[in-house]
Structures are given as C-alpha cells and as structure tokens.
Design a protein around this ligand. Structure first.
Ligand code: ADP
Length: 600
C-alpha cells in the first residue's frame, strides 16, 4: 500500500502529472467560481474600431493621448498603460501624449524584459510622469500555454520590476511593498506568494479571473468614448488599464476559463489587479499534507480490504475514490489548491492493489476449503470401509453361532474370540476418532502418571513388530536412557506406536527402522524413530500434521491411511509440553524426533 502512494506521488511529479493537475485545476476553476463582485478596474481598449479610426498601429500613440485625456475629468484612481513607449515618435504626437500623462495621477507605464536580459523602458520624457514602471510579461504553463499564474516580480540584470497590476495596486493603496520569504505585504493586504528564487519568475500569483457570471471586466474602447462622451463617467475613481484588445495585436492568451478562446493581455492585467484588490487569493496546499493524505488513503484502502470483502468493501473503496475527488474540490472552495492527481492515483492504485490481494486470498481460502472437503470425504469413506470389515466379521460369526446350535465347542470358542477381538478393534477405532475431536476441542482430560521411557518404547515396539513382520522390516531399539516421563501413558503410547507403524507403512520391505535416543543439552528427553522409506520433500513435511493430509507418495504406496494419525500425535506431544521434529528426504527415509520433558 505505501508503494502505491509512493508510485502515485512519483507519477504526479512528472511533466505529464503536472499537466493532469493543471487540467483538474482548470476544471475546479470553472466548477467553483467566486461570487461576482463590483470591479474596481475598467479597461480602456484600443480595439479594431479605434485602430481603424487612428490609422492602424501607427496611430496607437495618438489614440492613447486622446483616450487618456478624455477620461481625465472622471478622475480615475490610477491609469496603467500596457503599451511599450521605448522609442520617440513624432514631436507633435509625443507632446500630446506627454500632456495627457502630465495630467494623470498614479500613472503606471510598461516595461518589457528583452532577450538580452535588459529592460525596455519608456523614454524619460514619459517615464518622469510615471509613479512606477511595471513589467507586462505574462507567464504560461509550458505544455498548454494557459496562463494560470502571473509573475508578480521579474528580474532582469540587476534591475527588478513588479508587475504592472501590482504597481497600480500599490499606487492606489499608497503603500510600499514589504517582502518576506512567504508573502508580500502592501498596506493591510498580505499577498501569499513564496519567493522561489531571484531569477526569472521569482514570485507568482494565481489569477482569479472574474467569474463567467460577471461577463468579463468592464471595457470601453477609445473609439466608443469618441462616439459617446457620457461613457467617461464609468472611469470615475476606477483603476484604468489601457491596452490593445484588437486580435491583430497578438497579445492574447488562454485562461482556465477560456477553453480555446483567448483573452487580451490587458484583461489579464486587470484580472490580476482584481485578484489583488478582492484579496481573492488561491494558495497551493503545502507538500506535506498532500503526501500525508496519499499515505492515509493508501492505508485506508489496505484496511478496507483487510477487514472486509464483498460489496461492502467495494462500496467503501468507492467512497475512498470519491473522497480523493471531493478533497481537492473542498480545498478549492476554501481557496486552497490541493493537487488532484496524487490522491486520485493513490486511491485508484491502492484500491486496485488491495482488491487484487483480497481476491487472491479469497481464492486461496476457497481452494483450501475444497481440498479439506475432499480429504474429509475420502477419510469418511475409509472410516466406513474400515468399520465395515470388523462389523461384517462380528455379524457373520454371531449369525453362525445362533443358527447352528450343535456347533463343536472349539469352533464356538474360536468364533466368540473373533467377535471379541473385532469388537475391541472397532471400539479402538471409534475411540481414536473421538480422541482427535476431543483433543482438538480441548475436552480431553489427561491422566498424570509417571512411567519410564524404555518401558514405553518396549511395549510399542512389541506391538509394532507384529505389524512389521509382513514386510520383513526389522525394528532395532538402541539402548535408551532410564528417563521417566510424566503424563498420560496410554496417549504417549498411542503417539509412539503411531510413529512406528508409519515408519513401517511408508518403507519398502526388508528395510530397518531404528529407535534411539540422543543426548539433549537442554535437559530434555529425545526419542527418534528413523526409517529407510519413501520420505517426503520439505513442502510435504510442512503439511503432514494437518488433519486428513496424505502425501502423493503415501497414496501411491497402496498403504491404507486416513491422514489423521500425525495430527493426533502432534496434539498429544504438545499437550505433554513437548515438540516433534521431522527430517526427511524423498526416497531416502524419514526421522521423527520427539523432544519431551523429563518427569520432575
Ligand atoms: P496416515 O493414516 O496417512 O498414515 P498420518 O497422519 O499418520 O496418516 O500421516 C500423514 C502422512 O504423513 C502420511 O499419509 C504420509 O504421507 C506422511 N508420513 C507419515 N509418516 C511418514 C514416514 N515415516 N515416511 C514417509 N511419509 C510419512
């Protein structure tokens, strides 16, 4: 799960990741628009009509002079001019423009950073009337040319300029700009804008373009002003942004709203001003909470599928994915830009990973249950089969006795003995099966007796030898220490006998079974039973204590078995505080070692 968060964060930090985040930003920008406000700025536009009237580009300066002179009676709060005035024009026109500037309060003129890193400033003749000269360069995202942020500051050589809009803003605020690494302070307004570096776009600001409901910022063209002088009143007390809106000027760009349509540069400056004046700041969420959010999502996905499954878990996972979508939206509503992609990717990746994990687990459990069932069925078949044999013998013998009254005494005795032996066998079998259940349910009461180890082994080997004879297998018991054990002798006997009969069952004829004891440094009693039989591989060894488990080799050996014996042996040994170890190699043989507590 943490891997999916890491992967998501890594993918999000690529160029493609940023682009996706930008699209998400644009989407939220359109989805969650601020309430319309009363603009503090007006655009004085040099539009197509104005250009026609003043004779094209050559007439821009004279249009500017006329326009600015005409709005003067309305006493605008400031006038920001987005026209580069770096060269003199004819004396007549420049004199008119100078006169217009001279009568303008809070005039802000435009500078442009040239390729050679020097500033293209207005000629001194105009500049001397300017409160400030601000840069007019926009900034665009590398891959889609959408202007989401603007540089508040630009550095060229040793010279730095604030943006045109910020200069206009500080002019009307009548305040200096106080700088700190985190923000700029203009009068009472704190502009959140981190100082990234002192190179090109050292500080940026996300522009809150006016909502669609406002239908753009107020705009009056110079030509319109000529036709309808009453429009002058619109400029009263406003911050005026003067610039070209004619498409031919080429100064027009995309915004998150524009969806393909472009916005003139002058409108972008005015929007930047509105963002400042309205204090409508969008702040990027710091990295740490975003990373934390991702890891939390990943952990939640893991938890959902660890604790639950089925449709409940799926529903919860959907909730998680929804949360990854709602969080950036809620943040945006609170003017915080919370990166969309890391959370979304984390949710998707970790839900997919966790669901896959769950699926695999469920499948494995299902397969295991199936196996268990078939094994159980097989065991049941075997049990019923095994029980039928003594039952048939008992039935047959008893029928014979009752049918033939005149049976010779010797024959009758033989039959009675058979009945007795078979019913004892049946009882033992039933007892064994019941023991497993009781032992595993913890209902079995163990006797507490003391008994010597050699005697116990002796009794078991005695019984096992009869069983081993048919295969001519020899059971060698090496000298055993005279240690005493404590616990339930009968159960211990069952365990040792079982290991012995297994050794015989799973060995070829004419081999040997060794029973011996080795010194144990931990003060315990070790009893080993080693055969030269079919053996097992590691995987099989790890499963032989499961109920009903039999190895393939054992099945193929033709020896009858239920796969229950060892599970009982293990339980008996652990109930006695001991352990059981198995070493085995296919084809070579096995060695079962009991490590038991000595009687105190
Ligand atoms: P079973 O009734 O099949 O003998 P057990 O529980 O006694 O059941 O043993 C489980 C399985 O462990 C056996 O079926 C066999 O595959 C394997 N096994 C037990 N003892 C030996 C041994 N001495 N050599 C090889 N395989 C053994």
């Amino acid at each position: 799960m943490p891997a999916s968060a890491l992967l998501a964060l890594t993918l999000s930090s690529t160029a493609l990741g940023h682009q996706f985040d930008n699209y998400a930003y644009d989407f939220l920008f359109r989805l969650i628009q601020p309430a319309p406000w009363k603009p503090g700025s007006v655009i004085l536009a040099i539009d197509e009509e104005t250009l026609r009237r003043y004779g094209g580009n050559a007439g821009i300066r004279s249009a500017l002079a006329d326009g600015i002179a005409k709005i003067q009676p309305a006493h605008p709060a400031a006038v920001a001019v987005d026209v580069i005035l770096a060269e003199p024009s004819t004396e007549e026109i420049d004199a008119r423009l100078e006169a217009a500037f001279a009568g303008t309060r809070n005039l802000v003129l435009a500078s442009y950073l040239l390729e050679n890193n020097t500033w293209n400033d207005p000629i001194p003749r105009f500049r001397k009337y300017a409160f400030a000269t601000g840069h007019v360069q926009a900034s665009f995202d590398d891959y889609d040319s959408v202007s989401r942020e603007v540089p508040l500051m630009k550095v060229g050589g040793h010279d730095r300029r604030w943006s045109l809009a910020l200069d206009a803003f500080r002019a009307v605020q009548r305040a200096q700009i106080l700088e700190s690494p985190q923000d700029l302070q203009v009068g009472a307004v704190t502009i959140p804008s981190k100082l990234r570096d002192f190179t090109v776009d050292g500080r940026t600001l996300r522009v809150r373009y006016p909502p669609v409901a406002m239908g753009g910022l107020p705009r009056v063209s110079i030509a319109e002003l000529d036709r309808n002088p009453s429009l002058v009143s619109r400029f009263a007390g406003q911050v005026v942004f003067v610039g070209e809106t004619a498409l031919a000027a080429g100064d027009s760009w995309s915004t998150p709203y524009s969806n393909g349509k472009t916005t003139p540069g002058i409108e972008m400056h005015a929007s930047e001003y509105e963002t400042l004046a309205q204090r409508n700041f969008l702040v990027d969420a710091p990295l740490l909470p975003v990373i934390g959010f991702c890891f939390l999502m990943a952990a939640a996905a893991g938890l959902i599928f660890f604790l639950g499954s089925g449709w409940v878990a799926n529903l919860e996972a959907m909730g998680l994915v929804l949360l990854s979508q709602i969080t950036p939206a809620l943040a945006f509503r609170n003017s915080v830009v919370f990166a969309w992609l890391p959370g979304t990717l984390t949710a998707a990746l970790s839900v997919a990973a966790a669901a896959t994990w769950r699926h695999l687990i469920v499948r494995r459990e299902l397969a295991r249950a199936e196996q268990e069932k078939t094994r159980y069925q097989k065991a049941m078949q075997f049990v019923t089969h095994e029980m039928r044999t003594p039952l048939t013998a008992i039935q047959g013998s008893s029928e014979l006795i009752s049918r033939y009254g005149q049976m010779p005494e010797a024959k009758r005795k033989q039959m009675a003995e058979l009945i007795n032996a078979e019913s004892k066998r049946l009882a033992r079998m039933i007892e064994t099966f019941l023991s497993v259940e009781r032992l595993s349910a913890g209902q079995m009461e163990m006797k507490q007796e003391r008994f010597p180890l050699p005697e116990l082994v002796e009794r078991c080997t005695e019984r096992a030898r009869a069983f081993a004879e048919r295969k001519q297998i020899e059971i060698d018991v090496e000298a055993l220490p005279a240690d005493e054990l404590s616990g339930d002798r009968e159960l211990m006997e069952y365990a040792v006998y079982n290991l012995l009969t297994n050794a015989v069952k799973y060995s070829p004829a004419l081999t040997r079974v060794r029973v011996f004891s080795e010194d144990d440094k931990g003060g315990k009693v070790r009893l080993s039973i080693q055969d030269q039989g079919i053996g097992m591989d590691k995987k099989e060894v790890s499963r032989i204590f499961e109920k009903f488990y039999r190895t393939k080799r054992a099945e193929q050996s033709g020896e009858a078995g239920t796969g229950i014996g060892l599970s009982i042996v293990e339980q008996i040994v652990t109930q006695h505080g001991g352990t059981i170890h198995v070493e085995s190699e296919p084809g070579k043989g096995s060695r079962f070692t009991l490590i038991l507590k000595r009687a105190s």
